[in-house]
Design a protein around this ligand. Structure first.
Ligand SMILES: Cc1cc2nc3c(=O)[nH]c(=O)nc-3n(C[C@H](O)[C@H](O)[C@H](O)COP(=O)(O)OP(=O)(O)OC[C@H]3O[C@@H](n4cnc5c(N)ncnc54)[C@H](O)[C@@H]3O)c2cc1C
Ligand code: SF4
Ligand code: SF4
Ligand code: SF4
Length: 405
């Protein structure tokens, strides 16, 4: 039975198997929903089992580490504005690059396809800044990491928890010069849905796309928007309850099947650092609550702790109590999201319906007058300084109802 048949729907698409195959007989191929799965050429396969040995789904491993938790924000306000949360990634990248190292992360290519690549210069950091809520194509990135390490370079690799596990499995150890940053990960949306979303923009505007910014801090960290900049400089800027990409993602319609039963989540991880959002800053560290964003960071082992001492010079830091679940943003760190009951139906509609048709069918309330008015007053509330208070009370209401972000 080949790797693809063994792992089936649990496959997270990490590409470790493809990277490890000595015969190069595995290629990652999209399924009907656009997610990549391994396809094995049986003629070339010599049944060496290397692919199975590196697969994070077949080799679950939870370290007995004692992470330290921190609330951090990058000292550069500019970097924080262009980062998703508090700009921890940019600080870690700066440290590794200042040591002559290489940073691997997720960016867009010229067609806005989401993929892993690397940078060797801080000027290029913008490429990786900001979360792209689409599954990234890893390609042969792990092989490249190995090459840089063999050349004696320090490497920072950032990705989802399953991608970091995949890299560590592929390398067979956690080399001294390698730092890994995984994220608190809700799930990764379908590249096929993303492609359709981009086409919708081009058709609707009649223009090409120049830039995409998921979670632009238009109305502050707690109320981000999807910003798309068109070729003529005009902009589209819509919140979670209007923009289809954010809407279908937040309502659990478009993430990869493996994300709904994730094998890589947990409070104890093999990565050096785990970074995520933090929504309780006003209670935990009011002095840090300036509305531009903070990151929660877990420093997962001794190697990471030593590097964190260096990275700290770029950060403002407050300790958090790792053992107290209420003190850390623990929900998505350990629990998989639940798929929307209409997810399958939506994917069955994807080829035959337009983006607006899908939105009208699955989220008709988007177009209701009440919601349209709410959206009109959002900028006014923001300018008057009351949007943050409103969002905070909504979040409190949701958390007492037991919902997790
Ligand atoms: C798909 C996805 C889901 C997430 N879900 C949650 C969540 O549920 N709860 C939570 O607290 N935080 C979540 N995060 C993490 C959060 O959005 C921030 O990435 C994190 O707080 C780090 O922010 P930053 O300001 O330090 O870095 P930023 O400058 O925002 O850096 C983003 C980092 O994420 C990496 N990255 C970007 N897109 C992807 C991608 N598609 N796949 C893998 N890596 C990527 C980049 O390489 C970079 O290292 C998620 C991130 C992603 C990409
Ligand atoms: S068993 Fe070996 S040769 Fe066959 S696909 Fe896996 S890694 Fe490649
Ligand atoms: S190594 Fe990754 S891509 Fe390959 S089968 Fe396992 S989970 Fe899927
Ligand atoms: S939710 Fe789990 S399986 Fe999905 S991308 Fe994140 S770490 Fe991988």
């Amino acid at each position: 039975m080949n790797i693809s048949e063994r792992v089936k729907k649990d496959c997270c698409g990490c590409s470790a198997c493809m990277n490890s195959c000595p015969r190069d007989c595995i290629k990652m191929t999209p399924d009907k929903d656009g997610f990549l799965y391994p396809e094995v050429c049986e003629v070339l396969c010599v049944e060496c089992n290397k692919c199975a040995k590196v697969c994070p789904v077949l080799n679950e491993d939870t370290p007995a580490n004692k992470p330290k938790a921190y609330l951090v924000r990058n000292k550069s306000k500019e970097l924080r504005k262009t980062s998703t949360s508090g700009g921890f990634f940019a600080a870690a990248a700066k440290y590794v690059l200042s040591e002559g190292g290489v940073v691997f992360g997720v960016g867009f290519d010229e067609h806005f396809h989401v993929r892993h690549s690397y940078i060797e210069n801080l000027k290029e950091i913008k490429k990786f800044n900001r979360s792209k809520y689409v599954q990234s194509e890893v390609g042969h990135t792990y092989r490249k990491v190995k090459e840089f390490l063999a050349d004696g370079r320090k490497v920072l690799f950032s990705g989802t928890p399953c991608q970091v596990e995949a890299l560590l499995n592929y390398l067979g150890n956690d080399p001294d010069d390698l730092y890994t940053m995984d994220i608190i990960c809700k799930g990764v949306p379908s590249p096929k849905f993303w492609k359709k979303y981009l086409s919708w923009h081009k058709k609707k505007s009649g223009k090409d796309i120049r830039e995409v910014r998921f979670r632009e801090k238009t109305y502050g960290y707690g109320s981000t928007t999807m910003r798309v900049v068109y070729s003529d400089g005009t902009e589209y800027d819509e919140p979670y309850d209007v923009d289809p990409m954010l809407q279908f993602y937040s309502k659990e319609m478009i993430s990869r099947p493996s994300c709904y039963d994730c094998k890589s989540k947990g409070k104890h991880r093999r990565s050096s650092f785990t970074a995520g959002d933090y929504w309780y800053v006003s209670g935990a560290a009011p002095r840090m609550d300036d509305g531009i964003g903070v990151s929660q960071v877990l420093v997962n082992n001794e190697k990471a702790a030593a590097a964190f001492e260096e990275i700290k010079k770029y950060l403002d830091v407050e300790p958090l109590d790792f053992d107290k679940d209420s003190a850390i943003n623990g929900g998505m760190m350990v629990t998989s999201a639940k798929p929307n009951p209409r997810r399958e139906e939506m994917f069955a509609d994807l080829d035959g319906m337009s983006m607006s048709g899908l939105q009208k069918k699955y989220f008709p309330s988007t177009f209701k007058l009440k919601n349209r008015i709410k959206r009109r007053i959002r900028p006014i509330m923001y300018n008057m300084g009351i949007l943050k208070i409103y969002k905070k009370s909504m979040r409190k209401r949701q958390s007492t109802k037991g919902s997790k972000r």
